[in-house]
Ligand binder design. Structure first.
Ligand code: HEM
Length: 167
């Protein structure tokens, strides 16, 4: 006995209500553009990455791996850009942090001045926690972990030779 096609098997119209019906297809699902947009990360998903980079940043600067420290700042800026896009109501805070605290940190990194870096870095912690409070998250109080990360080499790297130093 042959099966009758059901209504859901029928090809979907390319236009629904005059609007193009944009979908993405995976092996598992067909997602509308709105569903895909809704999956983009907000601050709750971005902040753990910001936190990790900010932690590594400190110990990279302290150890003298200045390029790694700068790389962390670049990554934080990138995460902030995503956050400002997906959560426009947070944009002004994220931009203020980037233009103030991250810039001051970068200036100290460029000078390889750890004392100036540490001042800017700790001001950044205070500002981040003030912004957490201002954005209805007074319970989020970030603190610098006392331990350096163990998965990355934190000492000076001889960029000229491109060699990997032995820890
Ligand atoms: C480098 C500085 C910052 C660090 C290290 C940091 C760290 C964190 C951490 C660890 C969390 C908790 C994430 C979790 O485990 O769920 C968090 C949450 C949050 N942070 Fe930050 N943060 C920083 C800067 C900022 C700035 C500048 C803003 C400005 C808007 C901000 C806004 C938020 C918000 C709104 C949440 C709550 C997210 C949610 O669950 O909806 N943070 N942050």
């Amino acid at each position: 006995m042959s099966q009758q096609p059901s209504a859901s098997d029928a090809p979907q119209p390319e236009f629904a209500g005059g609007e193009p019906r944009l979908v993405g297809r995976t092996r598992h699902a067909e997602l509308t553009l709105d569903e895909i947009a809704d999956l983009q990360p907000g601050l709750g998903r971005l902040m753990p990455d910001v936190s990790e980079r900010y932690w590594i940043l400190y110990y990279a600067a302290k150890g003298g791996n200045w390029k790694l420290a700068q790389y962390c700042v670049n990554q934080i800026r990138g995460l902030f850009r995503v956050g400002a896009t997906t959560r426009p109501n947070m944009r002004r805070y994220l931009e203020a942090f980037g233009q103030g605290h991250l810039r001051a940190i970068e200036a100290a990194l460029a000078q390889r001045d750890f004392a100036a870096f540490e001042i800017a870095y700790r001001k950044g912690i205070d500002a981040a926690n003030a912004m957490h409070a201002a954005t209805n998250h007074p319970e989020v109080i970030w603190q610098l972990p006392p331990e350096p990360p163990r998965h990355l080499y934190l000492g000076p790297v001889d960029a000229e030779q491109g060699s990997t130093p032995t820890p």
